[in-house]
Design a protein around this ligand. Sequence first.
Ligand SMILES: C[S@@+](CC[C@H](N)C(=O)[O-])C[C@H]1O[C@@H](n2cnc3c(N)ncnc32)[C@H](O)[C@@H]1O
Length: 244
Amino acid sequence: MPAGLAARQAMYENGSLGRVTGGPLRPGGWTLTERMLSQCELCAVDTVLDVGCGDGSTVRYLLENHTIHAIGLDNSVRLLRQGHLQASHIPFTCALGTSIPIASRQIDLVLSECSLSAISNADSFLSETWRVLRYGGRLAISDVYIRDPAGTQSLRALPLTCGLRDAFELPELMQCLQKHGFEILAWEDHSEALKNLAGQVALSHGSISDFWSQSEPQVNPLDIVLAISRARVGYFVLIAKKPA
Ligand SMILES: C[S@@+](CC[C@H](N)C(=O)[O-])C[C@H]1O[C@@H](n2cnc3c(N)ncnc32)[C@H](O)[C@@H]1O
């Protein structure tokens, strides 16, 4: 794998976030996963592809709590190996979200929980998502977003290994989805979930700055905290459809 790609995984692989959440590497936990699923009209025979699945905790959750098929895809060998050790029956694929090794129109729902920003190439991800989805299939995204464009530049200038610096401004994301042919069915702000995660992180690491020092040691933690606050980074859920 090219060195640049490996570097983008560092924050997710080092365990500092998973230790706080007890699984998912993102805000909102299963409550947000369920919130998205409830808006996707899934049937028992449907297949869900979780792109950027990390160690596959959502795939495990789906298989244990829903009567659907679920597959996980991530490009981190380390995270997939951890997932395999926890549950060897889970179907995982090690691949890029921008080059999905699945035939066209096989998937009913593509789930992207905090991975669109991490993948950092929305155009290729959305082309591939469009290709693998059946007509009428859904795309469910939860991710960070920029609520104050005045802070966009300073956030994007940070040499972070996590997806924060590729957080979208909302109009950019909507345009990108529409350009690829998706119909947007629902959008919700869930910034409270990000605030709650920040609280948990501060409690477990002593402070948010201590968390950033450990997770992204190449960047001054105060620069990160300042950029996040300037951009008023929030969290959203979005459901889109590949029209029939
Ligand atoms: C914030 S984590 C979210 C993980 C998981 N969805 C969850 O909810 O716990 C982002 C994930 O995206 C993965 N990722 C980053 N770039 C990727 C790419 N180009 N293709 C596939 N996965 C990628 C990372 O390895 C990481 O597991």
